[in-house]
Design a protein around this ligand. Structure first.
Ligand code: ZN
Ligand code: ZN
Ligand code: ZN
Length: 92
């Protein structure tokens, strides 16, 4: 997919920063409360690591509602896709 195609699908690409995961070992909130997750998502605006919607706590989605940071990336090895919560579009 070309860059222009991505821009036409999602207008938030400019909010994607060169972030470092804040909690590379797992979901920030789950680690705090000692809970488990299924998959991890990395916020590309601030580096927050949160758990996916298959996890019971859904911290990645909660992070979006709290901060309005729109784009997350899969934090799973071998997976390279992004998801925009606002446009509800997958960016590969
Ligand atoms: Zn978007
Ligand atoms: Zn979590
Ligand atoms: Zn964030």
């Amino acid at each position: 997919m070309s860059k222009n195609e991505i821009f036409s699908k999602c207008s938030h690409i400019n909010l994607v920063k060169n972030v470092k995961p804040k909690t590379p070992d797992g979901c920030e909130e789950c680690l705090k409360i000692g809970d488990k997750w299924v998959y991890l998502r990395l916020c590309l605006t601030c580096g927050h690591v949160g758990c996916c919607d298959n996890s019971k706590n859904k911290h990645a989605t909660k992070h979006f509602h709290k901060t309005k940071h729109p784009i997350v990336k899969s934090f799973e090895p071998g997976e390279d896709w992004k998801w925009c919560y606002v446009d509800e579009v997958l960016l590969e």
